[in-house]
Design a protein around this ligand. Sequence first.
Ligand code: NAD
Length: 258
Amino acid sequence: MKRFEKKTVLITGAGQGIGFEIAKQFHLEGATVLLNDIDEALCQKAAARIDNTLTTCIPFAGDSGDIGFLKDMFAKIDARFPSPDVVIANTGYSLFRTFLDMTPESLRDVMRINIEGTFFLLQFAAKRMIQAKTKGRLIVMSSVTGQRAHRELTVYGMTKGALETLVRNLVVELSQHGLTVNAIAPGATLTERTLSDDSYQATWARLTPLGKAASTADIAQTALFLASQAAGHITGQTIVVDGGWTAISPGPEMVSES
Ligand SMILES: NC(=O)c1ccc[n+]([C@@H]2O[C@H](COP(=O)([O-])OP(=O)(O)OC[C@H]3O[C@@H](n4cnc5c(N)ncnc54)[C@H](O)[C@@H]3O)[C@@H](O)[C@H]2O)c1
């Protein structure tokens, strides 16, 4: 028996990167995966890469920061499943912009996708889990920038900090229904997006105590752990997966002389 056989896992922003790897790993361990991405062609292609019949990996293309889309997606899911067993709010908009250059429109965009989208994804999911008496698992993708300042990621970091606060607060209302809610805070992770910066891998290998940036599998394995029986008593927590980056503060030897 595979770990997630007969389980349904919904994941947003999973056409590539961390989300795709999580979707793939859950599927390998027996889950039916409901895969969302805003890019319709990528969403379809990603789901087909996992299951080319699209029966055990089903694409749901749309903007996970749009509450109307989330409602439509859940209506379609409701028609086929009593409730998902695991829901992963993975979509994140990492806009690089200085504090002084930030515009109200850009700020709202990041807040809408990262906070509103995650909040209502979890609310819609939790309602269904409670109704179906599913002892569900909710997982939110945070970031080490929710805990440490990072150049040009003020607003992104703010939203990630807010998500970690959300996760703690949901314990108050959802524990009585047997739901757990946790966040993962990845450090630098090698994805299609981050690898488009040629120096990313080498830079983060130098800055990370364990000597390398995370792989998407490092993050996916943490998500599978949080959704597994082994993590049944863990809730309200953020698991940092960063090769030790947040554990240390830069010492004199780590600051390059210029
Ligand atoms: N990659 C990293 O180094 C890193 C580090 C820390 C945290 N994170 C977090 O992990 C999560 C995944 O990061 P990633 O780098 O793999 O993602 P990414 O930027 O590569 O995007 C993954 C997918 O999300 C889709 N997407 C974007 N906006 C969407 C929306 N509104 N609705 C639905 N889909 C949307 C994109 O089309 C893309 O296919 C994010 O929450 C991110 O903040 C990533």
